[in-house]
Design a protein around this ligand. Structure first.
Ligand code: OAD
Length: 249
């Protein structure tokens, strides 16, 4: 691999030349904000729980377990601030007037808080929850204390009587992805002249399929600490931290 500063110069040029940019981001995007990823040695699946915790059948049969296990992760997400990487992507859109679509697997809303406007949350969001009994949707702020305490969330906690279990509006394994959101992301990846993959192991489908939809001639940049299955197709590859690279561009 070339020296970091040479690769950063190449990235600057690719960004300057690009008109339509599509990004796929994953948990590695938010580790520099203090939110753990899933599959690294310090990730959720190595230190906290197995993947089954995110299975919809498990949630439906033991929602109290989900909230108990997820309490420290929710707390980390609720306290997190956008990092250099989130801010750089927002600046590329706002200051350099690039058409940029961010398809994110993250549920922490940090891209939006950094100022990115076209964010497609393909795995949903933790910012709202829906009652499994009556279908009412409420913001997380109605449950902030209980989420941090790892309590089972019921609809009556916000002062009404339904008593149904609240389910976070995230995509569990066994559930479909939000169709319109995913289609918008697909269209962005098919029309982009620059595709960027940031902080994702590309282990989970169909999100991992998005960078493969890019058209002939579009450039692929991957910024991920560890190897991904798509590294061999990348025009530019960084195994450095996202913040370290993006702060320079
Ligand atoms: P992973 O934990 O699988 O991958 C995160 C990747 O980011 C790893 O390959 C890390 O090496 C890399 N990484 C971590 N910090 C980084 C940094 N600061 N700079 C650069 N790279 C960094 O997370 P995802 O790919 O997002 O789905 O996982 C995909 C899905 O699996 C999640 O959305 C979640 C999970 O099961 C559901 O819950 C449905």
């Amino acid at each position: 691999m070339e020296e970091l500063n040479q690769r950063i110069e190449k990235l600057k040029k690719l960004l300057k030349d690009a008109t339509h940019i599509a990004c796929l981001t994953g948990a590695g995007m938010s580790t520099e904000s203090g939110v753990p990823d899933f599959r690294s040695s310090t990730g959720i699946y190595k230190t906290l729980c197995s993947e089954e915790v995110f299975d919809i059948d498990n949630f439906n049969s033991h929602p109290e377990e989900f909230y108990k296990i997820m309490a420290p992760i929710y707390a980390a997400m609720l306290d997190a601030e956008p990092n250099e990487g989130h801010k750089a992507l927002a600046r590329i859109e706002q200051e350099y007037k690039k058409d940029i679509c961010i398809a994110t697997q993250n549920i922490d809303a940090l891209h939006q808080r950094a100022g990115s406007r076209n964010v497609q949350e393909v795995h949903g969001s933790m910012m709202s929850l829906t009652c499994k009994t009556c279908g009412a949707t409420l913001p997380y702020s109605a449950f902030d204390k209980q989420l941090r305490a790892g309590e089972l969330l019921r609809h009556n906690m916000a002062g009404n009587q339904c008593h149904g279990v609240m389910k976070p509006d995230i995509v569990f394994y066994g559930e479909g992805l939000p169709m319109e959101v995913f289609q918008t992301a697909e269209n962005a990846f098919m029309s982009a002249d620059l595709v960027m993959v940031l902080g994702t192991s590309l282990a989970v489908y169909p999100a991992a399929e998005l960078p493969r939809l890019r058209k002939n001639g579009s450039k692929l940049v991957i910024i991920n600490r560890t190897e991904t299955p798509l590294d061999y197709e990348a025009d530019l590859l960084f195994h450095e931290n996202i913040g370290e690279v993006l702060r320079e561009v």
